[in-house]
Design a protein around this ligand. Structure first.
Ligand code: DX5
Ligand code: ZN
Length: 219
């Protein structure tokens, strides 16, 4: 099984957004990962709904929207209307996570939950059947280009065990510091989807880098 690849547009050249989205269209990317930061849940502000709409206007790949915001319930419909195919909220930002997941599913988009590096995967055990995708953060959210946290491998294995035990189809996405060194080991631990921002966009040939990530196989 080849991994799914979700390049993060956060690392793109925003002054040439259409060109960057067209580059991703021409690549083997499976999704475009869209990082929304509010300056409250995370100590940074990225962009919001109009920019997501602009990305969607040119995108031929589904948008994987990662909401790093407080009160995500208030914006689910807006991001669905802006073109999201998957909406992930943060476990740490949701008091009523089960309700939020139902609200996302009721909009007809896939429901995701992201967990910060300090959050144990076991906290998802009662809602895993309602989650299409778990994002395991392998850096503290807020910035691209950070160093991968090594504890992530064991979180992936434990989440994979939980998913198998519960018999759900939940996918495991890894977000932060992913590169060609750590991705094979993450795939072996049970990861399905790789987000990659700086590793793709800072490379000499982003289309080739995406192909190289896509070509990783279980050995
Ligand atoms: C971090 C974001 C990531 C980020 C990944 O808060 O959620 O999606 O763009 O960037 P890299 O791959 O550079 O760590
Ligand atoms: Zn992200």
């Amino acid at each position: 099984m080849s991994p799914l690849i979700a390049p993060s547009i956060l690392a793109a050249d925003f002054s040439n957004l259409q060109r960057e989205v067209e580059m991703l269209n021409s690549s083997e990317a499976d999704y475009i990962h869209v990082d929304i930061m509010d300056g409250v849940f995370v100590p940074n502000i990225s962009f919001g709904i109009p920019v997501t709409e602009a990305i969607h206007r040119h995108a031929k790949k589904p948008l994987d929207v990662h909401l790093m915001i407080v009160n995500p319930d208030n914006y689910l419909e807006a991001f669905k209307n802006a073109g999201a195919a998957v909406i992930s909220v943060h476990y740490e930002a949701c008091t009523h996570l089960h309700r939020t997941l139902q609200a996302i599913s009721n909009l007809g988009v896939k429901a995701g939950v992201a967990i910060n590096p300090h959050t144990p995967v076991e906290l998802l055990s009662e809602v895993i059947q309602d989650i299409d995708q778990v994002i395991i953060m392998s850096v503290n959210p807020g910035f691209g280009g950070q160093k991968f946290i090594e504890n992530t491998y064991s979180k992936v294995s434990r989440l994979k065990d939980l998913i198998l035990a519960k018999g759900t189809k939940t996918k495991i996405e890894i977000d932060g510091g992913v590169n060609l060194q750590n991705a094979p080991k993450l795939l072996a631990a049970g990861a399905d989807v790789f987000v990659a921002g700086s590793f793709v966009f800072n490379s000499d040939d982003p289309v080739l880098t995406i192909s190289e990530l896509k070509a990783i196989r279980l050995v």
